[in-house]
Design a protein around this ligand. Structure first.
Ligand code: BGC
Length: 441
């Protein structure tokens, strides 16, 4: 039987990713909390509630991460906790974040701090949210407070998580607050978020000499149903442009491209020290002249593909490789800042994890500068509009008791992280069916 071990560099970061509103609990001062109280907004009427109780007991999960041999963890700061009213800073909240970061350091875990992950302070929402004429200045003022307080414990900053998903969810698809369906408004929001990213990039560098600042971007693949059909191809290209490329063009190349805008975005150019890739899935796209509101396209899944729970999408690990190859042109460090699947009974996750890690290894062989991987996520958390129905955790959470139970994937990930490698033994133990896929011959 063919045997090969896929090695990773010894300084590779093996981490998990989280977001404040999804794990902290009782984040009552942001727009998501308000949204969750409205009927019909969240699957099965769920609310975030106590979530994973991180505000009080994040250390329980830090211990789990350390025991798994992880050396990195991405967590966020909740703007609405830090700046409780315009200009009013809660220093006790900043102290708690310092304590968390210190706790990670003490466990040998390098923190990456996200400054915005979907949730906005209610006071900002009441003044128009990301359409507020001064939102860029408001965001950078908050960022400055956080960097001054937390800078002692980290230099690795992620400004904004997925401006494209925030915009799509809130202003185009409408399943996130404020539940609008107006792409023109959405693109204005996206432009402001990207401007705010650039302003935060500059501000952080002014405050911290050795700061490493990036952005986490969700890349989804859009492939034509009929690859040689020009209209399907065009429909897929338009989706790719609108969802994936506009952000990269703005913050790397310094250009606004349609459909977001057209023209120079010079102040945004090269505002990345590293790129954060959040990769989950892909869509097949078919032209549909009636689907005007959807940019003339219908999305579907490959009938051959393995579909993820809750119809989350196709299991499409090759997208990891394709995305990394595309991003390599920037020639800056890349972190996979999120990747994972919803899978309560863990019957797909070990396979998915092995396949995605393997695709990442392939990219490394092609000299793509991938420096780390943050699995989404450590412990089941509040999955936005899907509530608690899509558990992404390596660890299962019992919401009632806060009890944690490791899924087999947690042991698998621990073994990969501890050995900096994907071995044939792990394939045999966790997904023997992959031998022919990963080790053919
Ligand atoms: C978001 C996470 C979310 C994950 C899984 C990402 O788009 O950043 O907050 O939980 O996807 O759906």
């Amino acid at each position: 039987m063919p045997n090969a071990t896929f090695h990773f560099p010894p300084d590779f970061l093996w981490g998990v990713a989280t977001a404040p509103h999804q794990v902290e609990g009782n984040n009552t001062n942001n727009q998501w909390w308000a949204w969750e109280q409205q009927e019909g907004r969240i699957a099965e009427g769920h609310t975030s509630g106590l979530a994973c109780d991180w505000w009080e007991h994040a250390e329980v999960d830090f211990d789990q991460a350390a025991a798994m041999g992880l050396n990195a963890l991405r967590l966020g700061v909740e703007w609405s906790r830090v700046e409780v009213a315009p200009g009013q800073i809660d220093t006790a909240a900043l102290d708690r974040y310092c304590e968390m970061l210190q706790g990670l350091r003490e466990r040998g875990i390098e923190p990456m701090v996200t400054l915005h992950h979907f949730s906005d302070p209610l006071w900002l929402t009441e003044q128009g949210g990301w359409l507020h004429p001064n939102v860029v200045a408001l965001f950078t003022r908050y960022v400055e407070q956080v960097v001054r307080a937390l800078g002692e414990f980290t230099t690795l900053w992620c400004t904004i998580n997925e401006p494209n998903v925030y915009t799509y969810g809130g202003y185009i698809g409408g399943m996130f607050p404020p539940g609008q369906n107006d792409s023109r408004v959405g693109f204005a929001v996206l432009r402001n978020m990207l401007r705010a990213h650039a302003a935060a990039y500059n501000r952080i560098h002014r405050l911290q000499e050795d700061a490493r600042v990036g952005l986490a971007h969700n890349m989804r693949f859009f492939d034509p149903v009929r690859p040689r059909h020009p209209l399907d191809w065009l429909a897929a290209w338009v989706r790719d442009l609108g969802f994936n490329q506009t952000t990269i063009k703005a913050v790397w190349d310094g250009w606004w491209v349609p459909p977001v805008a057209l023209g120079p975005a010079f102040p945004l150019r090269r505002t990345l020290d590293w790129f954060g890739l959040n990769y989950y899935t892909r869509d097949l796209v078919q032209f549909d002249h009636q689907a005007k509101g959807d940019f003339f396209a219908q999305s579907s899944h490959d009938p051959e593909a393995e579909i993820l729970d809750g119809d989350y999408g196709e299991l499409y690990p090759k997208g990891m490789f394709r995305a990394l190859k595309q991003l390599a042109r920037m020639n800056i460090p890349i972190y996979v800042t999120e990747n994972g699947i919803p899978d309560s009974d863990d019957d797909q996750r070990p396979r998915a994890l092995l396949l995605h890690v393997h695709q990442m290894w392939r990219a490394l062989q092609d000299n793509v500068p991938v420096k780390g991987y943050y699995h989404w996520t450590l412990t089941d958390n509040f999955e936005w509009a899907e509530g608690w129905t899509l558990p992404f955790g390596l660890i299962e959470l019992d919401l009632e008791t806060q009890q944690r139970t490791l899924r087999p994937s947690a042991d698998l990930y621990a073994a990969i992280a501890k050995g900096d490698a994907l071995t044939p033994e792990l394939l045999d133990a966790y997904a023997p069916e992959l031998r022919d896929v990963i080790l053919p011959g």
